[in-house]
Design a protein around this ligand. Structure first.
Ligand SMILES: C[S@@+](CC[C@H](N)C(=O)[O-])C[C@H]1O[C@@H](n2cnc3c(N)ncnc32)[C@H](O)[C@@H]1O
Length: 491
């Protein structure tokens, strides 16, 4: 934590523990000190130690103790067929592509990196079974949490693991025993679980079976890592792919395209990373963009659904000088075509125009997320009434895991534009990750109500083409998930 902030920490010993975890496991400083301190307290109690020097010495010496602590500082949240679009991509793009290149006898190699309690690799195994790869699959699954790996191997699950919209695909392979389901042995036998700390430089490795992967799922793990670990892990993930292999990360994970020679493929739900095979014709079947794209393409300009009276501008705000429509249109076209540098060049020539600034920020986000945050913050100062800039700033900060700052920017966007449903939705995600479930529920509820009050086909402001009806459903699902989780905790 480089000693710059002790705010919120009860004892410097906690900071020493966090620093050690950053060095050994590459984790970012926790965004919520209270929760981290509770976790450290629990881990110290399990270790039978109450003073920090002794605990730190044990952490240095005993890898199992570090693992035990990591479980407290990361979240094992997962469920079957989470993000079904990722599995659809495997079904419709990856498998036909592998078949075509490697022939029907090829054993498909898949890896769930950061598998938590196993729902993700078992979903992959079921997908491969469904597609007829019964004897022609090798599914590897690794995690740093030995407790999670043990749960994965026992493979007994509750309804909570089946909360995803496509979890029904697991039902044929689940046997109800009391209140829980046991996974069929034929699926269990397909997945090989192992301990692996992704921050360690011990992979790819033939000995560990981590090599030559046709598809890697590394979802919702990279969010915990600091920048240097993300870079190193990205390079190792690339090296672990077979030629022609694909890597799928989570929707909130940082983008990796600049850290390794991936080809980045833009789908309508996000980025897929590809290690092109020499002379690979499959490249032509995917829309491809040069660098990663953490922000979605520019949405159609839609006025916010409810008009609000903006606050009085600061007296120092520069008078607006409109950009020529042609210049802005050119910048938008470059952005939509994935020509980020050109979009930054064109839009960046008009710092006096908030819309152009937003285009520049979106494009820059694809090249350098930190530079985009800085530019966005500067632009927001020049354009204090531009809710979009605050919204983008919050989105970028969320992507970087800087949650308190992201929350502040989201609230500023909502202060400027209280009816901005997408900002309420994002605030819900931020607050949930900060552990404020009450606030998160409230934010999801507001997003749901705002969208439900519109005709379902209405395009939502800044919603990247999202319709009000669908966004209302998404917000409702998020709220219901939180409510269900609260009920489960009460039981
Ligand atoms: C939120 S879960 C993601 C589970 C699954 N990939 C998904 O998206 O549903 C994050 C997992 O990453 C694991 N993890 C955190 N740091 C790790 C590390 N350094 N190496 C390997 N796994 C790690 C945690 O133990 C946890 O099980």
């Amino acid at each position: 934590m480089s000693g710059d902030s002790t705010q919120g920490w009860r004892h410097p010993g906690y900071l020493a523990v966090i620093d050690l975890v950053a060095v050994r496991a590459g984790l970012l400083p926790p965004s919520c000190p209270a929760a981290a301190m509770e976790g450290i307290d629990r881990a110290m109690a399990r270790a039978g130690l109450s003073d920090f020097p002794a605990y730190l010495a044990q952490l240095e010496a005993d890898i199992a103790m570090l693992d035990d602590l990591l479980v407290e500082l990361t979240i094992g949240e997962t469920y079957f067929f989470r993000n079904p679009e990722h599995f659809q991509f495997v079904r419709h793009q990856v498998l036909p592509d592998v078949q075509r290149r490697r022939g029907p006898a090829h054993v498909v190699r898949a890896w769930s990196a950061g598998c938590a309690s196993g729902e993700e690799p078992y979903s992959l195994a079921v997908l491969l079974l469904e597609e007829g790869y019964g004897e022609k699959m090798e599914v590897r699954a690794t995690d740093v949490s030995r407790a999670a790996l043990a749960r994965a191997q026992v493979a007994r699950y509750g309804e909570w693991s089946l909360r995803g919209t496509e979890a029904g695909r697991m039902r044929p392979f689940l046997h109800l025993e009391g209140k829980r389901y046991t996974l069929d042995a034929q699926v269990r036998a397909r997945v090989h679980f192992d301990y692996l700390n992704l921050a360690d430089d011990t992979w790819p490795s033939q000995a560990h079976g981590i090599w030559g992967m046709d598809v890697i799922f590394c979802r919702n793990v990279l969010i915990y890592f600091n920048r240097s670990t993300i870079e190193a892990v990205a390079r190792r993930l690339h090296a672990s792919l077979a030629d022609g292999g694909f890597l799928i990360t989570g929707p909130s994970d940082p983008t990796l395209g600049t850290y390794a020679p991936f080809e980045t493929l833009l789908t309508d739900w996000g980025i897929v990373y590809h290690r092109p095979a020499a002379g690979d014709a499959s490249r032509r079947s995917f829309p491809s963009v040069p660098p990663p794209a953490p922000l979605p393409p520019l949405p159609p300009r839609v006025p916010p659904p409810v008009a609000v009276t903006p606050p009085v501008p600061a007296a120092t705000a520069p008078p607006p000088k409109p950009t020529t429509p042609a210049a802005l249109a050119g910048a938008r076209r470059a952005l939509e075509a994935g020509d980020w540098r050109e979009a930054v060049r064109l839009a960046g020539a008009h710092p006096e125009d908030a819309e152009a600034e937003a285009v520049a920020v979106r494009a820059l986000a694809n090249l350098d997320a930190l530079a985009a945050v800085r530019r966005c913050a500067e632009a927001a100062l020049r354009h204090p009434l531009a809710a979009e800039l605050r919204y983008l700033e919050a989105l970028l900060l969320l992507g970087l895991g800087r949650l308190p700052e992201s929350e502040r920017a989201a609230r500023q966007a909502l202060y400027l534009e209280p009816s901005l449903a997408v900002a309420h939705l994002m605030l819900g995600h931020i607050l949930r990750r900060l552990g404020d479930t009450t606030g998160a529920r409230r934010a999801f509820h507001t997003a749901e109500s705002l969208c439900a009050s519109l005709p379902p086909e209405t395009l939502v402001a800044l919603g990247d083409g999202e319709r009000a009806g669908h966004l209302a459903e998404v917000a409702r699902a998020e709220r219901t998930r939180l409510e269900k989780a609260r009920e489960e905790v009460r039981e």
